[in-house]
Write a protein that binds this ligand. Structure first.
Ligand SMILES: Cc1cc2nc3c(=O)[nH]c(=O)nc-3n(C[C@H](O)[C@H](O)[C@H](O)COP(=O)(O)OP(=O)(O)OC[C@H]3O[C@@H](n4cnc5c(N)ncnc54)[C@H](O)[C@@H]3O)c2cc1C
Length: 453
């Protein structure tokens, strides 16, 4: 058995940063990665451009995270966006800030971000072993999964194998790891940085949840966050690939739903977003859809009828839009509706949109009745789509749920249950909206681990 100050499982942003920070402190690190090379998910992030952080302040940042956001306060206090930006810029990588505070490499190549990390892994204190998948974290007394925390939003455990007793696991201490290839490595510090369950082809297949659960950690149920939405209306298939800008998307749930989150009383909107979206062959995706998807998922889980409506003209009120249509109609009285609408909607959606509004596309503008104009305005303000499902976690950008933050010391990232066990990155129950927040959380929690192992 080789001896290391710490073993880090997983070479994503979190694991790499943990190794780099620990090596700076002269710790001898073994970094184990199941893939042939590190950072496979980082390479595809931000559509290959890697939105590595956001320029927002801590308050704004935390607001982008889901319920366990406060867990990240300490990590962000130690290593935040300015630190991350300096980390890369000091290594010669030029960065730029785009709309919404999103930070990217100037080159628009995520490989440049990864190259900086790889060059820093090339350190005498770090031994990087690829193609090694960790099977087991060794601990003298292996605990069974516990179910000792109060029920609440957290629901049941991940595998359903939870043992009612809190057991003797609390005094555990890690001693090493065992890999699927039969190798074992010893250390008193183990970092689980194995990522979530999304995009399993990148290596994140949820191993960390199983490793943590076997050591007594509770796993908050795993769900998709930032995922596309599948809708019932089949005409959407004709709109595949068409992107919309500056639209408002509003989410509605069943009027009979008693849950307070939906407003309780009825057809009230639960949530809405303004921005960009895109039609796909099964439904809708793009930034505002991804951002709403967790709420959609929860609404569907309550067995609600869930629908979403697209407002194509959110900047206008009814009167102004009506006046605009009348102007267009009067300017070209003989023009067919399918042509009139070229000034109003993207070409590819006009035919189906007019069908949705029950207005003949070949009708001349001067033949449109007041009722038809009303339907057109209502369609432009609220084209309703019935939600069937949120695409599964394997196709989500991030995983919601994970190792319960209440069982991790937020100042060190060390387990409160097993001594010497640490967590970093998406394996923890933290997730945020799009904008570079998830990556920063991985880097920050990784850095804190590296500073404490
Ligand atoms: C398509 C896509 C685009 C994204 N774009 C952005 C973006 O632009 N900005 C942003 O902030 N976030 C983005 N995200 C999310 C972000 O990439 C993740 O939140 C982040 O990579 C999490 O980092 P991590 O180190 O915790 O996990 P990961 O990056 O998933 O890394 C975990 C590593 O652990 C390895 N591993 C797993 N199990 C084992 C094992 N048993 N033994 C050894 N190794 C193991 C895996 O192979 C992997 O290399 C995107 C995600 C996706 C899927």
């Amino acid at each position: 058995m080789d001896q290391f100050d710490a073993i880090i499982i997983g070479a994503g942003p979190a694991g790499m940063m943990a190794a780099i920070r620990a090596a700076e402190r002269d710790r001898k690190i073994l970094l184990l990665e199941r893939n042939k090379s590190p950072g496979k998910k980082l390479l595809i992030s931000g559509k290959g451009r890697c939105n590595l952080t956001n320029s927002g302040d801590v308050k704004g940042f935390l607001a982008e995270f889901s319920e366990s956001r406060n867990f990240l306060r300490n990590a962000f206090a130690r290593f935040f966006n300015a630190d991350l930006i300096s980390f890369f810029e000091d290594a010669g990588l030029k960065l730029k800030t785009e709309r919404g505070g999103r930070v990217f490499p100037v080159s628009n190549h995520s490989s440049d971000v990864l190259d900086v990390l790889k060059s820093k892994l090339n350190n005498k204190n770090i031994r990087f072993l690829s193609g090694e998948r960790v099977k087991k974290v060794l601990a003298p007394l292996e605990a069974k999964a516990t179910n000792s925390l109060p029920a609440g939003r957290h629901g049941k455990c991940y595998s359903g194998e939870a043992d009612a007793s809190n057991g003797a696991g609390i005094s555990n201490k890690v001693s090493g790891v065992l890999t699927y290839s039969g190798k074992s490595f010893s250390s008193g510090h183990i970092v689980i940085a194995t990522g979530g369950l999304s995009y399993p082809q990148t290596g994140s297949t949820g191993d960390g949840y199983k490793l943590a659960e076997k050591l007594g950690h509770r796993i908050i149920p795993l769900k998709p966050a930032l995922s596309a939405v599948c809708v019932k209306e089949r005409f959407i298939r004709d709109w595949q690939g068409i992107a919309l800008k500056n639209v408002r998307l509003t989410l509605f749930a069943d009027p009979s739903d008693p849950d307070a989150r939906t407003g309780g009383t009825g057809n009230k909107p639960i949530a809405e977003r303004f921005g960009e979206m895109i039609f796909t062959h099964f439904g809708i995706s793009g930034p505002i859809v991804l951002d709403l998807s967790a709420v959609v998922y929860d609404a569907l889980a309550l067995k609600n009828e869930v629908s979403m409506s697209i407002n194509f003209k959110p900047a206008l009120d009814y009167k102004t839009l009506d006046a605009r249509l009348l102007r267009e109609f009067k300017a070209s009285p003989g023009k067919k509706m399918r042509n009139i609408f070229k000034n109003i909607l993207p070409q590819g959606i006009i035919a189906r949109f007019l069908e949705y509004c029950n207005v003949n596309a070949d009708k001349g503008a001067n033949q449109v009745t007041a009722d038809e104009r009303k339907r057109l305005i209502e369609g432009l303000f609220g084209l309703r789509l019935t939600v069937e499902e949120v695409m599964p976690v394997s196709q989500a950008i991030v995983t919601r749920g994970g190792v319960d933050t209440r069982e991790i010391n937020p100042k060190t990232m060390e387990s409160k249950i097993v001594k010497g066990l640490f967590f970093a990155g998406e394996v923890i129950d933290i997730d945020a909206r799009t904008g570079g927040y998830n990556m920063q959380a991985a880097f920050s929690t990784g850095w804190v681990c590296g500073d404490n192992i």
